[in-house]
Design a binder for this molecule. Structure first.
Ligand SMILES: C[S@@+](CC[C@H](N)C(=O)[O-])C[C@H]1O[C@@H](n2cnc3c(N)ncnc32)[C@H](O)[C@@H]1O
Length: 264
């Protein structure tokens, strides 16, 4: 396996720039993000995504799959770098890093390109704040074969390192859209199926609702829940019964229940 170059210095500018992608400002400014792990990076390459930078450590050097993703990276104009374990620890900020870390370009699909008729189930999240929740929802949307995830309002970054880890690679498979509340409300007016909001105060059980296809599930923020203007824009609002002492479900758990209620 021949890399374009080797890096062992922790102060190398490429190492510093990759490590800086843990910060949202750096991700926003550069439009890049980090993905870790040979399996995930391989899946990304198989989905046609080329790493800008592919870093691999000594343990991955002899892996047969690495040769393939390294060739794809070089062919796509990216850089392949052999690094020390210490560099991987530094870039991933982990004592036990993955053997491969790659830098990719972020992809947000414009809302105008969403084709509702191409899928029966879509997920919209209003002001989701926890990257772990967001990543888990993207993974669940992928698992159930949903069309995509729409981020409405001031959401956390789907390309944060924690969020990408939680997607387990689904960040490369699920289209991510984003819109302000106003853009979403204007766009939603032409939605051809049901928009189903989830509210603790709703009176309809989620199993009793009529989910006209394509169905868009609208989930609220972790602290405040769905604001009135979004709840009012839904065709129906539903609740998942709360039978014990807990007053609500975790957002990603509630989203998973809704997704499978819609997709079967
Ligand atoms: C942690 S909950 C928000 C709790 C918030 N205190 C509230 O009053 O809505 C986050 C989101 O998960 C969904 N959710 C959680 N539990 C739910 C339930 N039992 N029924 C319907 N939706 C639920 C809703 O979309 C909610 O906005």
């Amino acid at each position: 396996m021949s890399a374009s170059r080797q890096i062992t210095s922790l102060t190398n500018p490429t190492v510093k720039a990759a490590r800086a992608l843990h910060m949202r400002k750096e991700r926003d400014d550069s439009g890049l993000f980090l993905a870790e792990g040979l399996k995930i990076v391989t899946e990304a390459v198989e989905l046609g995504r080329t790493p800008r930078i592919l870093m691999y450590g000594p343990e991955a050097a002899s892996h047969p799959v690495l040769r393939r993703i390294a060739a794809a990276t070089t062919a796509g104009g990216g850089e392949v770098i052999e690094v020390s374990r210490e560099v991987l620890e530094k870039v991933s900020r982990r004592d036990n890093p993955q053997t491969v870390v790659a830098v990719f370009e972020q992809v947000f699909t414009p809302l105008a390109e969403l084709r509702p008729e191409t899928n029966g189930c879509w997920v919209a999240l209003q002001a989701v704040r926890d990257p772990g929740n967001l990543g888990t929802i993207v993974r669940t949307a992928d698992s159930a074969g949903c069309g995509g995830v729409i981020l409405v309002g001031d959401c956390c970054d789907p390309f944060s390192v924690e969020g990408v880890r939680a997607t387990m690679g689904s960040i490369f498979a699920v289209p991510i859209f984003r819109a302000t509340v106003e853009e979403f409300l204007a766009w939603r007016a032409s939605w051809p199926g049901s928009v189903v909001g989830t509210l603790l105060s709703a009176t309809i059980d989620y199993r009793a609702a009529d989910y006209r296809r394509p169905t868009m599930i609208l989930m609220g923020n972790e602290q405040q829940g769905l604001p009135p203007e979004l709840a009012a824009a839904c065709d129906v609002t539903v609740k998942i019964p709360m039978r014990g002492r807990a007053d609500s479900l975790n957002l990603s758990v509630a989203t998973g229940i809704m997704i499978y209620a819609v997709t079967g």
